[in-house]
Design a protein around this ligand. Structure first.
Ligand code: NAP
Length: 467
C-alpha cells in the first residue's frame, strides 16, 4: 500500500454530525494541498446544518446564510453526505472502524441543564432547548405542546438562547410570518395569549451572558415593550468598580442599554418583556395536575471570588412571580454516543485539543477518534467559534496521520463504505437529495412570501426525494 494521504491511498475520515463544527472540520481537511483526504459526513436527520437549521432563531435569517459556505465544502468531489444515518441505530463505531482511518464527533449539545429545584417536573415547565427545536421545525420536537393560553411566561437565564425564546414569545404574528419558523409554530404563536414575558438573571446587568446586538433588538420589537426595573438596572458597588476598570466597550454599551430600558415606561404596545436581575428560582409552584402556577425566587447579592469573578449568592429575601409557563435556559448539554468516552459532569467527550482520550483523568488517547464543536468544549461561543475549534482538531488529526497513528481500516474504500451504509440504511440521503429538499422548501416559502417553508416530518422529507 502506498503512503497514507496520497491520491491512491487517501486519508478516509468520517464526520458524525453535520452542524457547523462538522462542516468546518470537513473544510479544513479538504483544503489540504499535500494530503489527499476523503470525507464522509453523517447526520441522524435527513437535513444537514445542525443548530443553524434547528437552533438559530427564525428571525435571524442573515446568520443562516453561513450555510452557503457549507454548500461550497459539500461540492468538493471528495465529500459525501449520508443523511438519516444514525450512529448506534444504523451503524456502530466498529462498523465505521472498518472503513475509516479517523472519525470525528461533532454532535453538539442536544439536551439541557436542569435547575434542580422542587416542582421542576410540573407540566408547563419546559427546557428552552425543546421550545427552540419546536419552533424551528425539528422533526423530533414538532409534536410537543406548549400552553400558549397562559398570559405570563418566564424564561430562566439571560444568555442569548433565553433572549431568543423571550423574543419569539413577544413577536407579533406578522413579524414571525416573515421568518422560516415552522408552520405549526407560526399558527400556535399567532393565537398566543402571552402578554408578559420575564427574563430572569441570577446575577446583575454587567454579568448578563446575552450580547449587545441581541439586547438592542429586544428594544425594537413591533408590539412589545422591553423594560428593566430601575432598581435592578442600578449597578451594585462591586459591578460598578469592575466596569470602571473594563475596556470592553460592548459590555459598557450593554449596561447602558439596560439603564436606558429602565427609563422606558410602558407604551400602548400589547406585550411587555421584563428583564429581571439578581434573582434565582428556588421552587416552581403548582402541581402535577394543574401545572405551573408561578415561581418562588430568591433575591441574590454579588460577591467577588479570589480571582475577581463576581458570583451570586442568595439573601433571605423571597418573592413570588405568578406565571403559567416556564422555560429554563441555563445552558445546553451534550449526550453520550454509543461506544465513545463521555464526561458525565461536563456533558462533553473527554479530549485533549480534539484528540479523544479514554477519560479526563487517564489522558490516554483513543486511536483514531476526534471531536470538535460543543461536544468537545461545551456549549459556548457563536457559530464562527467552531471554525478555529475544528481547525485545532484537524491539525491534531493530520499530525497523527503523519506519525502513523490512525485506525487500520479493513476496507478504506469509499464505494465499499457507500455499499455498506446503503445496506444498513437504504433510505439514506445524499447532499444532492438535500439540495432538492432545500429547493422545495425555498419554492414553497416563496409562494407564500416567506423565506422558506420547512419540512418538519422525516417521512415527508424522504418521500419528497423518493426514498
Ligand atoms: P449561556 O450564554 O452560557 O447562558 C446561560 C445563562 O444561564 C446565563 O445567564 C447563566 O448565568 C444562566 N444560568 C446557568 N446556570 C444557572 C442556574 N443554575 N440558575 C440560573 N441561571 C443559570 O448559554 P445559552 O444562552 O444557552 O447560549 C449558548 C451559546 O450559544 C452562547 O455562547 C451564546 O452566545 C450562543 N448563542 C448565540 C446566539 C446569537 O449570537 N444570536 C443565539 C443563541 C445562542 P451565569 O452567567 O450567572 O452563569
Amino acid at each position: 500500500m502506498t503512503q497514507l494521504g496520497t491520491e491512491t491511498n487517501p486519508l478516509r475520515v468520517a464526520i458524525i454530525g453535520a452542524g457547523p463544527a462538522g462542516f468546518y472540520a470537513a473544510e479544513h481537511l479538504l483544503k489540504q494541498n499535500d494530503v489527499a483526504v476523503q470525507v464522509d459526513m453523517f447526520d441522524r436527520l435527513p437535513t444537514p446544518f445542525g443548530l443553524v437549521r434547528g437552533g438559530v432563531a427564525p428571525d435571524h435569517q442573515k446568520i443562516k446564510s453561513v450555510t452557503k459556505v457549507y454548500d461550497k465544502t459539500a461540492s468538493d468531489p471528495n465529500f459525501r453526505f449520508y443523511g438519516y444515518v444514525e450512529l448506534g441505530r444504523d451503524v456502530s463505531l466498529d462498523d465505521l472502524r472498518r472503513f475509516y482511518h479517523q472519525i470525528i464527533f461533532t454532535t453538539g449539545a442536544q439536551t439541557d441543564k436542569k435547575l434542580g429545584v422542587p416542582g421542576e417536573d410540573f407540566p408547563g415547565n419546559h427546557p428552552a432547548t425543546e421550545f427552540v427545536a419546536w419552533y424551528n421545525g425539528h422533526p423530533d420536537y414538532r409534536d410537543l405542546q406548549f400552553d400558549l393560553t397562559q398570559e405570563k411566561a418566564a424564561v430562566i437565564g439571560v444568555g442569548n438562547v433565553a433572549v431568543d425564546v423571550a423574543r419569539i414569545l413577544s413577536r407579533t404574528a406578522d413579524e414571525l410570518a416573515k421568518t422560516d419558523i415552522a408552520d405549526y409554530a407560526l399558527e400556535a404563536l399567532s393565537q398566543s395569549k402571552v402578554k408578559e414575558v420575564y427574563l430572569i438573571g441570577r446575577r446583575g446587568p454587567a454579568q448578563a451572558a446575552f450580547t449587545t446586538p441581541e439586547i438592542k433588538e429586544l428594544g425594537e420589537m413591533e408590539d412589545a415593550d422591553c423594560i428593566v426595573l430601575p432598581e435592578e438596572a442600578e449597578l451594585d458597588p462591586l459591578s460598578k468598580a469592575a466596569l470602571e476598570q473594563s475596556t470592553d466597550r460592548s459590555l459598557l454599551k450593554k449596561v447602558e442599554l439596560m439603564q436606558e430600558y429602565s427609563r422606558r415606561g410602558r407604551t400602548s404596545k400589547k406585550r411587555v418583556l421584563v428583564i429581571r436581575f439578581l434573582l434565582s428560582p428556588v421552587e416552581i409552584l403548582g402541581s402535577m395536575e394543574e401545572g405551573v402556577k408561578g415561581m418562588k425566587l430568591v433575591k441574590n447579592e454579588l460577591y467577588s471570588t479570589e480571582a475577581g469573578t463576581l458570583l451570586s449568592r442568595p439573601t433571605d429575601q423571597i418573592e413570588t412571580l405568578e406565571c403559567g409557563l416556564v422555560f429554563r435556559s441555563i445552558g445546553y448539554r451534550g449526550v453520550p454516543l454509543p461506544g465513545v468516552p463521555f464526561h458525565e459532569k461536563w456533558g462533553t467527550i473527554p479530549n485533549i485539543n480534539g484528540r479523544v482520550v479514554k477519560s479526563q483523568d487517564s489522558q490516554e488517547q483513543v486511536i483514531g477518534l476526534y471531536t470538535a464543536g460543543w461536544i468537545k468544549r461545551g456549549p459556548s461561543g457563536v457559530i464562527g467559534t467552531n471554525k478555529p475549534d475544528a481547525v485545532e482538531t484537524v491539525n491534531m488529526m493530520l499530525e497523527d496521520m503523519k506519525n502513523g497513528i490512525t485506525i487500520g481500516p479493513e476496507q478504506p474504500d469509499r464505494d465499499a463504505a457507500a455499499a455498506f451504509i446503503k445496506a444498513k440504511q437504504p433510505r439514506c440521503i445524499s447532499y444532492n437529495d438535500w439540495l432538492t429538499l432545500d429547493e422545495i422548501e425555498l419554492k414553497k416559502g416563496e409562494a407564500i412570501g416567506r423565506p422558506r417553508l420547512k419540512f418538519t416530518k422525516i417521512e415527508d422529507m424522504l418521500t419528497a426525494v423518493k426514498k
